[in-house]
Design a protein around this ligand. Sequence first.
Ligand SMILES: [Zn+2]
Length: 94
Amino acid sequence: MAAKSSTKPPGGMSSRAVIRPIEAGCTAECPHCGERVKFRARHRDDQIICNVYVDGKWDRVEQFHAACYAEAKDPHGEPHKSETKRRGKKAAKQ
Ligand SMILES: [Zn+2]
């Protein structure tokens, strides 16, 4: 009797989370603490952006403070670093 089976639908249609820097003009509210996810120029704060899927369908986006997301115990899975291109820092100087 397996207590848990993987309920992940195929094709990656499940909720996922990425870490991104908070952008200026962000007006989202963190669902964990209910406060704005605010951009602060001097702080390079991170947010967790979650694409939330319900029954295999995209439902909504949630934006958490990075600390709140950790506190909520990764409700939408472990956050991934958003992919950045790994090019272009080479060969600028010699
Ligand atoms: Zn929060």
